[in-house]
Design a protein around this ligand. Sequence first.
Ligand SMILES: NC(=O)c1ccc[n+]([C@@H]2O[C@H](COP(=O)([O-])OP(=O)(O)OC[C@H]3O[C@@H](n4cnc5c(N)ncnc54)[C@H](OP(=O)(O)O)[C@@H]3O)[C@@H](O)[C@H]2O)c1
Length: 194
Amino acid sequence: MRKLTYFVACSIDGFIGDPNGDASSFFQFVKDDFLHFITTEYPDTVSEEGRRILGLESAENKHFDTVVQGRGSYQLGLDANMPSPYGHLRELVASRTIEKSPHPNVEIVTEGLVDRIRELKAEEGGKDIWLCGGSQIAGELVDEVDELVIKTYPQVYGSGMPMFGSGFAIADFALDSVRAFDDGIVVRWYSRKR
Ligand SMILES: NC(=O)c1ccc[n+]([C@@H]2O[C@H](COP(=O)([O-])OP(=O)(O)OC[C@H]3O[C@@H](n4cnc5c(N)ncnc54)[C@H](OP(=O)(O)O)[C@@H]3O)[C@@H](O)[C@H]2O)c1
């Protein structure tokens, strides 16, 4: 069974972006030992543009072979004229408004999102599935999430876009490990308790 992992960046108070989803205040922390961690252990989560800048074009995928985004998150790539922002992965985008995929590597999921995720998880072999975000899609898929990798940056937002845009429901997770980096970034790994 392949895992669905929500690998996400957030503030200390659990917001993945400002009220409009903008997470650019986190970018200043992506350097030194934390950048080394990302490029060596999670190069699969670096966008094509980031991989080009960092010389990671040929980096092997370590954890994921598939990425799932909502259209809100994918829109950032579209707006930057990057219709396949994670071309080193199989890309799925949930959208009811995009009628035709803008790129051959991108599968648009218009209906049956949860079923499609269950199909991906049931595939034999391969690597895990990265749930990139954003908030709305994570909220819809919260019951399918098997692992959380939460990169917490040392900022408080006060309000903003929540990690899961869903109604109140408690889901239990077990802490697997924690790593702290320079500048106060903390990464936590949690597994779903089923
Ligand atoms: N901090 C981080 O690590 C991180 C990671 C990713 C994203 N983000 C931020 O998150 C923000 C986007 O989050 P968001 O909550 O606004 O949007 P989102 O979850 O990325 O996408 C929501 C969209 O997905 C589509 N959708 C949702 N449920 C669907 C379903 N069941 N079937 C088919 N399509 C479905 C709809 O698209 P249509 O309107 O096209 O129908 C909906 O508008 C961005 O601003 C980004 O910066 C942050």
